[in-house]
Design a protein around this ligand. Structure first.
Ligand code: HEC
Ligand code: HEC
Ligand code: HEC
Ligand code: HEC
Ligand code: HEC
Length: 422
């Protein structure tokens, strides 16, 4: 709205055209090239600035359509900047954070108080009865004496064995599994922003999911489809997006890819991007040279970028971003995305949770064998209208005759060991 990108900033367009009749701006939106050819001064001025990028024509737009678009732009442009969308839906909380479990401690504490009050009452009643009968009863034991009595110690040891055994077995079974794993990533990429707020389709980035075993992580080229135009972010400014540029060799100051980028030294690369960060800082703060704070910002940001793109094995800044892998089945398991996404028509969210609310990606499912098997037992395959299942003639016949109402993944062999194990 505010920055000139591939074309002039959208915000304030009407003011910039205010010296011409309204019709001119409408005609420009419908067919900018015609206006340039006709020599309209404002049209020619813009063409000279932004050529050879041609603005798409929209000959079908009615005056009403254009008025609504302009109204929308004005509203967006003039509205008070909203707070960061980060907190929406509390997506960042890892799944282990269940406040519910504390309720047990709370209940336990209440019960303990009730037990001690009741035992006091019972003792006093017994003492009163005994006094009436004229006999003495032994003094009530102190709390310490009660806690160290044989019964209590025996119970504690028993509880410890049961609890310890249970935890040991549980940890043994889930050894190597990492449900809830949520490592920091080199770039603060947020699924909540991209898949949630911006509504980008999962398969725009993970395009392997429908046609291959792996969903795959997008290369920086995919990011550049948008971030060539969005060079600064509303949350981190130049800090995070510059990591993409420095990995792939795009110079946002000139809007061009740097030639022979992978042959540059880290020092030469540093010069390109510290200039970009410094210039952006000066522009944002309306300065003509960097002040002390500016210099500190530039060096801090660059340190962050350099350390995100390099590590013990990768000394060059140029090269792919090394994302930390989260999901990882053991080598003896065969899992195929296209089988589930394309044939099984399952939504990503059934196995990965509400990804569109996650700021930091985490592993939602346990990825245990039981998890796969349970779903195969319960899930009905969508038999009708799916050519893949044409070969299951028997089942089709049985359904037609009314002998069978559904076919689960188990029925088509989803529990056979060799389907999932190499
Ligand atoms: C703009 C591109 C983009 C979109 C859209 C996107 N993702 Fe991602 N996804 C990534 C990147 C980059 C990573 C690696 C960084 C990370 O883990 O956050 C990733 C990581 C993941 C991972 C974890 C991979 C691992 O390491 O195990 C899963 C699962 C995932 N995405 C699922 C989804 C789902 C489901 C959607 C749609 C709701 C989606 N993604 C939309 C780019 C995208
Ligand atoms: C039936 C469950 C299931 C569905 C549905 C599913 N995934 Fe996965 N996904 C997995 C499992 C299991 C892994 C771990 C695979 C491995 O380690 O080999 C995984 C791994 C991933 C990864 C890590 C990289 C890779 O390919 O191994 C990404 C990214 C991912 N999934 C994205 C998606 C997206 C996007 C969709 C929807 C289009 C989707 N998944 C649908 C179960 C599923
Ligand atoms: C389809 C367009 C699109 C694609 C593809 C895309 N992004 Fe974005 N990205 C956006 C939009 C829109 C924003 C929000 C910009 C803002 O808030 O200023 C954004 C914001 C971000 C931010 C936060 C910037 C900030 O400071 O607020 C990061 C980091 C980011 N994207 C990284 C990536 C990475 C890494 C990829 C590739 C895996 C990618 N994006 C792919 C559209 C896209
Ligand atoms: C959310 C439910 C769900 C989960 C979880 C799931 N699957 Fe599936 N799976 C399906 C469905 C539905 C199909 C049927 C698609 C088809 O017909 O191929 C299927 C089919 C398969 C097939 C092909 C079976 C055949 O006979 O053609 C294999 C192999 C498979 N899954 C492996 C796995 C593994 C390994 C896991 C765990 C890591 C897993 N699945 C987790 C739902 C699931
Ligand atoms: C739907 C897919 C699926 C089917 C069918 C399946 N398994 Fe598994 N199996 C898995 C997955 C996933 C794991 C990995 C679990 C983990 O990492 O904890 C696994 C793990 C195992 C392990 C290793 C256990 C461990 O703790 O390391 C054995 C042994 C095994 N399976 C045997 C079998 C046998 C025998 C059958 C047939 C009766 C079978 N599996 C059928 C998915 C499957």
């Amino acid at each position: 709205m505010k920055d000139d990108l591939t074309g002039p900033a959208l915000g304030g367009a009407q003011e910039r055209w205010s010296e011409y009749p309204q019709e001119d701006l409408y005609n420009w939106i419908r067919n900018s090239q015609a206006m340039i050819a006709a020599g309209h001064p404002r049209a020619v001025e813009m063409w000279n600035k932004y050529k050879p990028t041609v603005m798409t024509s929209f000959p079908g737009f009615t005056d009403e359509d254009i008025a609504s678009v302009l109204l929308f732009i004005d509203e967006q442009y003039n509205k008070v900047p909203a707070g960061p969308v980060v907190a929406a839906g509390g997506g960042a909380t890892a799944p282990q954070d269940q406040p519910g479990k504390y309720i047990y401690f709370f209940l336990f504490a209440i019960l303990a108080v009730v037990v001690s009050v009741l035992s006091r009452v019972i003792y006093n009643l017994r003492a009163m009865v005994a006094a009436e009968d004229g006999v003495d009863i032994p003094k009530q034991k102190s709390l310490l004496q009660m806690l160290t009595s044989k019964g209590v110690v025996g119970f504690l040891i028993f509880a410890l064995v049961v609890f310890g055994g249970y935890t040991t077995v549980n940890n043994g079974v889930s050894f190597g599994r990492q449900q809830g794993y949520a490592p920091e990533q080199p770039v603060k990429f947020s699924h909540a922003t991209h898949a949630g707020v911006q509504g980008i389709d999962c398969q725009y980035c993970h395009d392997g999911a429908r046609r291959s075993k792996h969903a795959s992580i997008p290369a920086a080229n995919t990011c550049m489809n948008c971030h060539k135009a969005i060079e600064k972010g509303s949350t981190y400014g130049t800090q995070e997006l510059t990591k993409i540029f420095a990995s792939i060799g795009y110079d946002p100051s000139t809007d061009k890819y740097v030639e022979n980028y992978d042959q540059l030294s880290n020092e030469e690369i540093k010069a390109i991007y510290t200039k970009w960060i410094g210039d952006s800082y000066m522009k944002d703060n309306e300065l003509t040279s960097l002040d002390r704070k500016g210099e500190r910002t530039v060096s801090e940001q660059w340190e962050g970028i350099e350390s995100a793109l390099t590590n013990d094995l990768k000394e060059n800044i140029a090269g792919p971003i090394e994302w930390t892998r989260i999901h990882m089945l053991p080598d003896h398991v065969y899992f195929n995305h296209s089988q589930h996404v394309n044939i099984g028509k399952l939504a990503c969210q059934q196995c990965h949770g509400k990804v569109e609310e996650m700021d930091l990606m985490y592993q939602y499912a346990p990825l245990s064998m039981g998890w796969c098997i349970n779903c195969h037992r319960e899930t009905e395959v969508k038999f009708t209208g799916n050519d893949y299942y044409n070969t299951y003639k028997q089942y089709h016949d049985a359904i037609a005759k009314g002998e069978r109402t559904k076919v689960t993944v188990e029925d088509i062999g989803g529990l056979e060991c060799q389907k999932c194990h190499y």
